[in-house]
Every structure is written in structure tokens, then in C-alpha cells.
Design a protein around this ligand. Structure first.
Ligand SMILES: *Cc1c(COP(=O)(O)O)cnc(C)c1O
Length: 328
């Protein structure tokens, strides 16, 4: 929402986003009249493919929004290299990645701004809400103005001490102390919960490693600690006699492994994506990797499974997967 505004993106500018993400990532560009440009993902992490980002950059590109999706992280080294070379700001969408650590740094602290959602389904939640973090005091100030109707941090309610910069369209995106209390309490458990999920995801990956044609999405390549908001299971159609994805999900559920469902699919094919095609762009090379994975291969498993504190649950998950993918 106000994110794209904070880094100075405006009407007609282009913002690079991954083809696979929740719509909100792309809508952030639309809200400020900019054009989201959908770029393909990597087949293993399911995150924005940095090589394709390079090809999608034009003179109009004013921001890149990598998304750390499900149980992985975007290659932030590669993205920041591109950012430095072209002088394009990076906003890390960490809505799925609370608690994740990439090469010694917490997610959201690597790009110029990191955004986290506290919406009810997320791993840290206050019902609704979110937070933006930045190491840049100027950006922090602008973000504050944007979410607080233009009041600066020193102004009391109804007593503006200074005016926001001309043309900066500010909003009311405030949270309250009520949300903060809930979040501060939940924050105490985040580290341990993330570690548990990460341990269980690795164990599940090991348990299914010998089943041909199925694997979990690769965790962030430099992940010290991987955060999880669902976990994508990748099943090659050949391994299941080209069974349709919805039938695979039904079969897994018949074995007791209740799934979160399919991925979001490419944003530009989502039912709620009602943005006319002249208001967004799909990278010239298209997004065949994203389309193939979303249509044919990826099943999302809720991160709640990964909070199991016993090995048996994870072992039962692997047996369900084995039975469906390798019924013999
Ligand atoms: C949930 C989500 C958002 C948006 O968060 P809200 O707080 O619901 O606005 C953004 N990006 C991704 C990837 C998400 O999953």
C-alpha cells in the first residue's frame, strides 16, 4: 500500500514483482498508479528469479519487490546486486517469512524496506495489521507520515507540528496498542516456533528424499533459519501418472494429510485480480515456470503441521505422501 509510495514510485512507473505471490504484492504498485511487472520464479525455491529480473528492468523500473514465499527465501544477494547496479530500491515482502534469517540477517533487513503482515492467517498475527522496517531514517520518517495521515512522530493527535511533503498522499494505516500487546506476547514464541518448523520441514524433506518425483520446495539458499507460511510440495506429474493436481490433493487428504490447497497461482490469473491488462505487464518472456508449477506440480501444506512436537506426525506425513506418489 503505502510502501511503493515510500520509495517514490508513482504513476506510470514499473514495479517488478514475482508472478507467484499473493495479489497484495502487485496491488501495492497499482495503489500508486504504477504498473506491476510480473517476472517468473525459480523452479526450486518458487521465489523471484534474479536472472529474469535483470531482463525485465527498463528505464521505468522504480522498485523490486521480492517475496519470500511459503517455505523459501528469495536470493537476496543476487537481488541486492541488481539493486546496487541499477539504483533501484528493494522492498522485501516478508508476509510469509517472519523469523527467517538469511546469511546472518533477519529477513526484511536486507532490502531498503521490509514489510510484514500480521493478518489473521500469518505466523505472527494481531488479527489484522502489519509493519514496515527499514534502516534508513528518511524512509522511516516517510513511512510514518504515510501511515499516519501525514502527522510526524512528534505531533499529537489533532496537533500537526509540520506538513508532509507536497504531493505525498498519506493514509490511515495505523495499528493500536491493542495490536502491539498481542504481537509482543506472540513474539516471545516466534523464534522457537520457527526453529521447530524448520527442523520438521528438513526432516520431512529427508524422509521423502528417496521417493522419485516428489520433493519439498528448496529452502532459501543462504537460510540460517527458514520461516514457513505453508510449505510447497512439488510433485512431478510423471510420478503420479499425470494425475490432476486437485486429485492429488484429494488423495493426500484421504490419507489424512489435510492440505492448505494449491498455490495462489500466477497473480494475473487469480479470480480476484481484476486489473485490466493495460495496467500491468507480464515480462516479455512470460512466466512458464510459474504457470507449470502452479497448474501441475505444487501442493501447499499448512505450516501448522510443522508445529508438531513429535517425529511421528512428520513420519505419518511422509507415509501419506509416499502412498499417493508411489502407491506400489
Ligand atoms: C498476506 C500477504 C500480504 C498482505 O498482507 P495483508 O496484511 O493481508 O495486507 C502481502 N504479501 C503476501 C505474500 C501475503 O501473503
Amino acid at each position: 500500500m503505502c510502501l511503493a509510495g515510500a520509495v517514490g514510485v508513482g504513476a506510470g512507473d514499473e514495479v517488478i514483482v514475482p508472478a507467484l505471490t499473493w495479489m497484495a504484492t502487485a496491488m501495492a504498485a497499482c495503489y500508486v498508479g504504477a504498473v506491476p511487472v510480473f517476472v517468473d520464479i525459480e523452479p526450486d525455491t518458487l521465489c523471484l528469479d534474479p536472472r529474469k529480473v535483470k531482463e525485465a528492468i527498463t528505464k521505468k523500473t522504480k522498485a523490486i519487490i521480492p517475496v519470500h514465499i511459503y517455505g523459501s527465501m528469495t536470493d537476496m544477494e543476487a537481488i541486492m546486486d541488481i539493486s546496487d547496479k541499477h539504483g533501484i530500491p528493494v522492498i522485501e515482502d516478508c508476509a510469509h517469512a517472519h523469523g527467517g534469517v538469511w546469511a546472518g540477517r533477519g529477513v526484511g533487513s536486507i532490502g531498503h524496506i521490509g514489510s510484514f503482515s500480521f493478518q489473521q492467517s500469518k505466523t505472527l498475527s494481531s488479527g489484522e495489521g502489519g509493519i514496515c522496517i527499514t534502516n534508513d531514517s528518511k524512509l522511516a520518517e516517510t513511512l510514518y507520515l504515510l501511515k499516519h495521515i501525514g502527522y510526524d512522530p512528534m505531533s499529537g493527535q489533532g496537533k500537526a507540528a509540520s506538513a508532509p511533503p507536497e504531493g505525498l498522499v498519506c493514509h490511515n494505516y495505523r495499528a493500536t496498542e491493542f495490536q502491539a500487546i498481542i504481537l509482543l506476547e506472540s513474539l516471545k514464541y516466534l523464534q522457537a516456533q520457527t526453529e521447530l518448523c524448520d527442523k520438521n520441514a528438513k526432516y520431512l524433506g529427508d524422509l521423502i528424499a528417496d521417493i522419485p518425483g516428489v520433493k519439498i520446495q528448496s529452502r532459501g539458499r543462504l537460510a540460517d533459519l527458514q520461516g514457513y507460511y505453508t510449505l510447497a510440495l512439488l510433485i512431478s506429474p510423471e510420478a503420479v501418472n499425470n494425475m490432476a493436481l486437485d486429485d492429488i490433493i484429494k488423495s493426500l487428504e484421504a490419507e489424512g494429510l489435510v492440505c492448505a490447497g494449491r498455490t495462489y497461482g500466477p497473480v494475473y490469473k487469480h479470480l480476484l485480480w481484476n486489473i485490466p491488462s493495460n495496467m500491468y505487464r507480464i515480462d516479455g518472456n512470460g512466466c512458464p515456470v510459474c504457470e507449470d508449477i502452479c497448474d501441475n506440480k505444487a501442493v501447499c501444506i499448512s505450516h501448522s503441521w510443522l508445529l508438531a512436537d513429535d517425529k511421528e506426525t512428520i513420519e505419518a506425513m511422509s507415509r501419506a505422501i509416499k502412498k499417493v506418489v508411489n502407491p506400489a
